[in-house]
Write a protein that binds this ligand. Structure first.
Ligand code: COA
Length: 182
């Protein structure tokens, strides 16, 4: 497992948060955090009722990042609370094991604070040190301007749009793929 040193970041709101690798013991708090922020966003393509993991399954999910060398799950903590997370999920097929896909989110009150920048830059720094990973990619609603701005800032490049990929309440939304070489 490639090491990740705990990091402290001061955000735009003056608050100091810690970014660290998720541990199995974080399962309950992390699940609570994700269950809170998913319905707070229009741009995570998952309905609240589709978050079906229980604490034990969440713990297994966390553990999968500890045993797969091309994957990492980081959490952000403030005042002993988990406020956001990012995962780089490495592909488990040999032909694509040099690739990982990003998922990230945070509680609404922490958005636009620089936390996303801190989480993503930490994850990409780690990916650059990882001898297996070469390419990190993600998918994002083309309407999600704050996220796209962050991804561009970190160095992701646009790599094609699938039109009308998401459909919610009768409305369609386009899906942008972005890629960074690490
Ligand atoms: C998307 C998300 C991870 C970004 O993290 P964040 O902490 O809000 O982002 P940051 O504050 O680090 O950076 C956002 C940047 O976008 C800019 N920004 C804010 N609103 C913007 C807008 N409407 N248009 C363009 N840029 C915008 C900010 O100024 C900032 O840039 P700067 O650092 O150069 O000033 C977070 O908002 C989130 O969790 N959203 C809900 C879930 C989600 O969308 N997840 C991603 C799915 S792909």
């Amino acid at each position: 497992m490639i090491k990740f040193e705990d990091q402290s970041h001061e955000l735009k709101n003056g608050k100091k948060v810690v970014i660290r690798r998720a541990e199995v013991r974080d399962a309950e708090k992390l699940l609570e955090c994700i269950k809170t922020y998913v319905p707070q966003s229009n741009y995570i393509p998952k309905l609240e009722q589709e978050i079906k993991l229980n604490v034990e399954q969440e713990a297994e999910w966390i553990n999968s990042f500890r045993i797969n060398d091309n994957s990492i799950l980081l959490i952000a903590e403030y005042d002993n609370q988990i406020i956001g997370n990012i995962d780089l999920t490495g592909n488990c097929r040999k032909i694509m094991e040099h690739t990982a896909v990003v998922g990230m989110g945070m509680l609404q009150e922490w958005r636009n604070s620089g936390l996303g920048t801190a989480l993503l830059s930490s994850a990409i720094e780690w990916a650059k040190l990882n001898p297996v990973l070469e390419l990190v990619w993600l998918q994002v609603y083309t309407e999600n301007k704050i996220a796209i701005n962050l991804y561009r800032k970190i160095g992701f490049k646009e790599n094609g749009i699938i039109k009308n990929f998401f459909k919610q309440d009768g409305r369609h939304f386009d899906n942008l793929t972005m890629v960074i070489n690490v």
